[in-house]
Design a protein around this ligand. Sequence first.
Ligand SMILES: CC(C)(COP(=O)(O)OP(=O)(O)OC[C@H]1O[C@@H](n2cnc3c(N)ncnc32)[C@H](O)[C@@H]1OP(=O)(O)O)[C@@H](O)C(=O)NCCC(=O)NCCS
Length: 194
Amino acid sequence: MGRGMTATSQPHLRLATPADTAALADLARRAVSAKFQHLYKPEDFATFMEAAHSDAKVAKEIADPGMRVAVIEEAGALIAFCKLVLKSTLPTGHSDARAPLELKQLYTDPARIGGGLGARLMAWAQAQAEEVGADEIQLTVYSENAEAQRFYHRYGFAKIADIEFWVGNHCDPEFLYAKPLVPETNGLSKSEQV
Ligand SMILES: CC(C)(COP(=O)(O)OP(=O)(O)OC[C@H]1O[C@@H](n2cnc3c(N)ncnc32)[C@H](O)[C@@H]1OP(=O)(O)O)[C@@H](O)C(=O)NCCC(=O)NCCS
């Protein structure tokens, strides 16, 4: 392979396209099930999965101009992803942010956890947040998910509120996390700089 060509076997981060729908929904269902399925009654988990991770839902998210979905692909397979909602839909009143962006889901293929894919997605999410002028990144994490909390703390997130997360008819205690984004300069927005 000549210089300048992309090695397709290397993990490659890109925006999701409609053609990714089935593979992305499949990865999400496998990753979410591996981490959380054992915690719930089958009917509650099935209701949640259909609402949050069906092919139809994923297709809608990829097509949504208010969202950005990134995937990491390796050798034709999707191995990690995250979803951003440019205007956060998370509970308000817990921070002073005026333009928070929501990091909706962040998952690595269970076989690839700990290999740096999450770090790449987090760097991408942060760059996107800066590009759209967000002043905070917000997300939610299950109160018992200590591993993910450790991951988020590493990137400067902190808990700002106790909230709830529903899985079918089951309500879990959930944490609202936020990371304020510090403007690069002295308060002037990029468009105001000369
Ligand atoms: C959280 C997650 C997306 C991070 O992606 P990743 O590709 O593993 O991230 P990296 O390799 O860049 O970072 C590894 C760090 O992630 C954290 N981590 C989260 N879950 C982990 C797990 N099950 N095993 C090991 N590390 C985990 C640790 O802090 C780890 O740091 P360490 O190596 O110092 O122990 C990934 O671990 C994952 O998919 N976890 C299960 C699903 C989940 O909990 N998602 C978040 C929902 S809010």
